[in-house]
Design a protein around this ligand. Structure first.
Ligand SMILES: COc1nc(N)nc2c1ncn2[C@H]1C[C@H](O)[C@@H](COP(=O)(O)OP(=O)(O)OP(=O)(O)O)O1
Length: 164
């Protein structure tokens, strides 16, 4: 199956999630994810949007729950549309954040670590990330469509949006 085989105008996600990239100078906060989708991989703080929550509220809550930081002034970065061949349809909203406080903690869900952007461990991350995260971290907005067969990306389509 290819991205072009899906009518994305009528595609409805079965799950909605958020991912937040916290930036401090040339470093980004990543996690070794311990539970849930992508356990064992490196990702950023995030998780599912709960009933009655906005995406931003979910991003703030998940970051606090997973790594103990309080975040403010999240900046919308992009939309991810993941169509898994097993039936999961996951929509992800990506945020950047440079405004945070508190102390990092390891939790049952995540082991956080600061990583130099130039050293991001792509080989331990979801395969889609290398196609949009470098641009996102340079403040480019994007929309990405992906087909996954379990953890293997089988097709992708990305659009980067000109900023004003
Ligand atoms: C398929 O490719 C993916 N790429 C990236 N970069 N991130 C992904 C991909 N698939 C899922 N994710 C992200 C989206 C979420 O931030 C997490 C999944 O969240 P999780 O399953 O851990 O949800 P939680 O609400 O934290 O935990 P529950 O399972 O208890 O609901 O991965």
């Amino acid at each position: 199956m290819k991205v072009k085989d899906i009518d994305w105008t009528t595609w409805i996600p079965s799950e909605k999630a958020v991912i937040t990239y916290i930036l401090d100078g040339e470093n980004v906060l990543l996690i070794h994810k311990k539970t849930g989708l992508g356990a064992g991989m490196v990702n950023a703080p995030g998780g599912h949007i709960e009933e009655g929550e906005t995406a931003v509220e979910a991003a703030i809550r998940e970051t606090k729950e997973e790594v103990g930081l309080d975040t403010e002034n999240l900046i919308f970065s992009g939309d991810l549309y993941f169509h898994f061949l097993d039936g999961l349809k996951l929509r992800g909203t990506v945020y950047l954040c440079r405004d945070f406080k508190g102390s990092l903690i390891e939790t049952d869900e995540a082991s956080p670590f600061w990583c130099a952007i130039k050293d991001i461990p792509w080989e331990n991350m979801w395969e889609d990330d290398r196609h949009w995260l470098p641009q996102a971290l340079k403040n480019e907005r994007f929309t990405g469509y992906f087909i996954f067969d379990k953890e293997k990306m089988v097709d992708k389509s990305l659009v980067f949006h000109a900023s004003n």
